[in-house]
Design a protein around this ligand. Structure first.
Ligand code: AMP
Ligand code: MG
Length: 267
């Protein structure tokens, strides 16, 4: 699978129309699901290595419009990983305490420690998404945040964190179908809030905010991937594959044994 097609090249300003939300990478569902199983096993193995190796940290950022599939991605991609080495942080409406600090404060507290893989379900990017769409702070404040965020992430990278960012990209019609399902299915109603319909009215503004975000903050060390997400299996396969490629690139290893251990016989 050619993951590079979905990476946002630094210095470019692509529109989201470049990526078809229904893209299936030329695979059918059966093939895709088989590949996914293989990649998922590989992710399990590599995540264990990340933990044991203990020299690296991996931060995975997930952003999407309402019903874009963030929760489903986390469930499917990380199904088999060792919970000891993985943390998930969900970013909701900021608390009073969080609002009393700078907007990066709450994100910085939850970045991964050595050996850990941390998933941000929403992230500091909400501060240039929902905040921009609803004018929660004036433009002269949010406009500067792209620069802050790039510098913040570069600092994390320079100090040993690997960062991969995924924008789950669904079509407006797919959002309609998923929201309707949430309304109609008693087991899914808990996911739905009437405010989600009001948010849908801002579809175009969210797309514009996503485009500004990927154009201004995709860097060589902390790239954005636009993940076609109408098909869950393709979305899961692409995210998993990017992560296995990334972890393989770290050349993970078991720590060397204590001196004199090799050859010892237990009696
Ligand atoms: P959910 O992911 O459905 O639980 O919803 C979380 C809500 O929190 C979404 O409506 C987000 O837009 C909102 N949210 C997250 N971060 C921020 C933020 N920094 N400022 C305002 N709202 C936020
Ligand atoms: Mg929601």
């Amino acid at each position: 699978m050619d993951t590079d097609r979905y990476r946002v090249k630094p210095g470019t300003t692509p529109t989201l129309k470049r990526w078809d939300p229904a893209d299936d990478g030329g695979l059918d569902k059966a093939e895709g699901t088989k590949l996914l199983e293989r990649e998922r096993l590989e992710l399990e193995r590599l995540q264990e290595m990340l933990y044991v190796d203990g020299r690296h940290k991996l931060l995975v950022v997930l952003q999407a419009i309402d019903a874009g599939g963030k929760d489903g991605t986390i469930r499917a991609v990380f199904e088999g990983v060792n919970p000891q080495g993985v943390t998930v942080r969900s970013f909701k409406r900021p608390t009073d305490e969080e609002l009393a600090h700078d907007y990066l404060w709450r994100a910085h507290q939850h970045v991964p420690q050595s050996g850990m893989l941390t998933i941000f379900n929403r992230s500091h990017y909400e501060d240039v998404l929902v905040v921009r769409v609803h004018g929660l702070v004036p433009e002269e404040r949010w406009a500067k945040r792209y620069g802050h965020i790039k510098a913040f992430e570069q600092m994390l990278v320079d100090e040993g964190t690997t960062i991969r960012k995924f924008l789950l990209h669904i079509s407006k019609d797919e959002q309609r179908i998923r929201q309707q399902e949430r309304i109609d299915d008693p087991d899914k109603q808990w996911k739905f809030s009437k405010a989600d319909l009001a948010e849908r009215e801002h579809w175009d503004e969210y797309q514009a905010a996503f485009e500004a975000m990927i154009a201004k903050t995709s860097t060589p060390d902390a790239p954005w991937y636009v993940v076609p997400a109408n098909r869950n299996w393709f979305r899961n396969l692409l995210v998993t594959t990017v992560l296995t490629e990334t972890l393989r690139g770290l050349r993970l290893r078991y720590p060397p044994p204590e001196e004199g251990v090799t050859g010892l016989v237990v009696t």
